[in-house]
Design a protein around this ligand. Structure first.
Ligand code: ATR
Length: 269
């Protein structure tokens, strides 16, 4: 059996082993997928050891996505853009190829919820690595425009500049966030602390969707706030499953059916 894993630190509570075990069972691909806590100061060493022991590929999560990007011999175009890698693939030549499937995972989950990105006014909250990783597929889906709002306004402006060649995108702070958005994506880590960025009550257009990249047994403060203002509230569990499915496809050339896997995860939250 071919070996795969997810690297993170901490990693004990990762759902990726269960997700990939379900994909393997469903597709009949005999893979072995484990969770490995890599040392904070030596990600390349962890990957080297894993491949020396027969590892063929890996997912990468916090805080190693940028370090994974740096060690790759080759990168997909979308990983280059994101400056981050969540999927490592060991080539037959012994070279390491890096890809990122987070952005496509988000876009597929939005599609599952019937969110139409073409012509949409999109607001993204946050300007860290999680947001950088999803901007390309959002911009190339043909929205009317993308606005990034961040606590540190300068970071949002700089990030917008990095992606300005892909479409209409601007960045700023929370004070001039605008209103009437069709889709608002929370990519800040504020939810983790139970915090809510300061947002106006007229943020959402009628029929808008609020998406939080985080998930949990209970809705995040952002999703509760959004639902009270009439938005359809969606958490990031589907994004997690969709990015995993795209990684699985990159490794095995097979596309698992994500729906039953997502439903089982949801029930177990
Ligand atoms: P990640 O890889 O998860 O994106 P990150 O790169 O550290 O992590 O980025 C975290 C994001 O959450 C940033 O946009 C951060 O805002 P700043 O750039 O101003 O630091 C945002 N963030 C974290 N805690 C927040 C809070 N309590 N309120 C608002 N934004 C917060």
């Amino acid at each position: 059996t071919d070996r795969y894993c997810v690297f993170g630190n901490p990693i004990a509570h990762s759902k990726s082993p269960a997700i990939h075990a379900a994909f393997a069972e469903q597709t009949g691909e005999g893979i072995d997928y484990t969770a490995i806590a890599a040392p904070l100061d030596d990600f390349p060493g962890a990957w080297r050891r894993f491949t020396a022991e027969g590892g063929r590929g890996a997912n990468v999560t916090v805080p190693f996505k940028e370090a994974a990007c740096r060690l790759c011999d080759t990168l997909s175009r979308r990983a280059q853009r994101a400056g981050a890698v969540n999927t490592l693939i060991l080539g037959g030549n012994g070279q390491t190829h890096g890809d990122t499937t987070d952005g496509v995972g988000l876009v597929r989950d939005l599609a599952r919820h019937g969110v139409n990105l073409a012509g949409a006014r999109i607001l993204v909250l946050g300007a860290g690595g999680a947001v950088r990783g999803v901007l390309e597929p959002l911009l190339t889906a043909g929205p009317l425009g993308v606005r990034i709002a961040n606590r540190t306004a300068a970071k949002a402006a700089a990030l917008a500049q990095d992606f300005a060649d892909l479409g209409d995108i601007e960045g700023g702070g929370f004070d001039d966030v605008g209103k009437g958005y069709d889709l608002v994506i929370n990519g800040t880590s504020a939810s983790l602390a139970g915090d809510l960025p300061p947002l106006p009550d007229d943020l959402f257009a009628p029929g808008a969707t609020a998406y939080d990249m985080m998930y949990g047994a209970e809705p995040t403060v952002f999703l509760r706030w959004a639902a009270e203002r009439g938005a359809l509230a969606v958490d990031g569990l589907g994004m997690l499953v969709e990015q995993a499915a795209e990684s699985f496809y990159q490794w095995r050339g097979r596309r698992p059916d994500t729906t039953p896997v997502l439903e089982a995860l949801r029930r177990a939250l």
